[in-house]
Design a protein around this ligand. Structure first.
Ligand SMILES: [Zn+2]
Ligand SMILES: [Zn+2]
Length: 170
C-alpha cells in the first residue's frame, strides 16, 4: 500500500510540474509576443499566431490541390483521372518522375519564398514544412519532389533545365 501511495504522490507531483511548465511556456510566449509581435510570413502584418499568414495573404495564396498533372503537378481545371498528364508533360516528360508544389506563383508565394531564401526568415520553416508535407502526400510509392511554389519546380530547387518557360501563373 505504501508503494501505491508513493506512486499517487509522484503522479500528482508530475502533473503539478507539468502545469507549471505549461504556465511558464505561456508566460514566455506572451512576453515574447509583446516585445516581438507575430507577423504574417508574407507581408509583415500583425497576426495572432506566429508562423501564419494574415487574412489578406491567406485569401490571395493559391494552394495547389487536386486535380493536377500526374507528373509536374500543374493544376487542372477539372478532374481528368488519377494519372492524367498536362499537355507539356505529354509532349515531353520531365526529367523528374513527380513534382508537387504548395502554391501557384504569385505575390504571396513570391514573398514567402524570397523571405526564406534571401532574407533569412527561417521562422516560417515549420509552416513551410507542414505545407510541403501536405503537398507531397500521395498513395503512390514514387518519390515526390515538393516545392513551395510551382515556378520553383522548374529550375531553382530541382536544378534541372527544361525547355519549358517558367512563367508565373495565377
Ligand atoms: Zn500578410
Ligand atoms: Zn505536367
Amino acid at each position: 500500500m505504501a508503494g501505491r501511495g508513493q506512486n499517487d504522490s509522484m503522479e500528482r507531483l508530475l502533473r503539478a510540474a507539468s502545469g507549471v511548465s505549461r504556465s511558464l511556456a505561456l508566460m514566455s510566449r506572451t512576453a515574447l509576443d509583446t516585445v516581438l509581435p507575430p507577423q504574417c510570413l508574407a507581408c509583415d502584418a500583425l497576426v495572432a499566431t506566429p508562423g501564419s499568414l494574415c487574412p489578406d495573404c491567406w485569401d490571395d495564396a493559391v494552394f495547389v490541390s487536386a486535380p493536377f498533372c500526374g507528373a509536374c503537378g500543374v493544376p487542372f481545371e477539372f478532374e481528368q483521372g488519377p494519372a492524367a498528364l498536362c499537355g507539356a508533360c505529354i509532349r515531353e516528360r520531365p526529367v523528374f518522375s513527380r513534382a508537387r508544389a504548395v502554391f501557384i506563383y504569385n505575390d504571396v508565394s513570391r514573398n514567402l519564398v524570397t523571405g526564406l531564401k534571401h532574407r533569412d526568415r527561417m521562422h516560417g520553416a515549420p509552416a513551410f514544412g507542414r505545407w510541403l508535407a501536405r503537398a507531397g502526400v500521395s498513395s503512390s510509392r514514387t518519390p515526390t519532389l515538393s516545392c513551395l511554389c510551382l515556378c520553383i519546380v522548374c529550375a531553382c530547387c530541382v536544378g534541372v533545365s527544361t525547355n519549358r518557360r517558367c512563367s508565373p501563373r495565377r
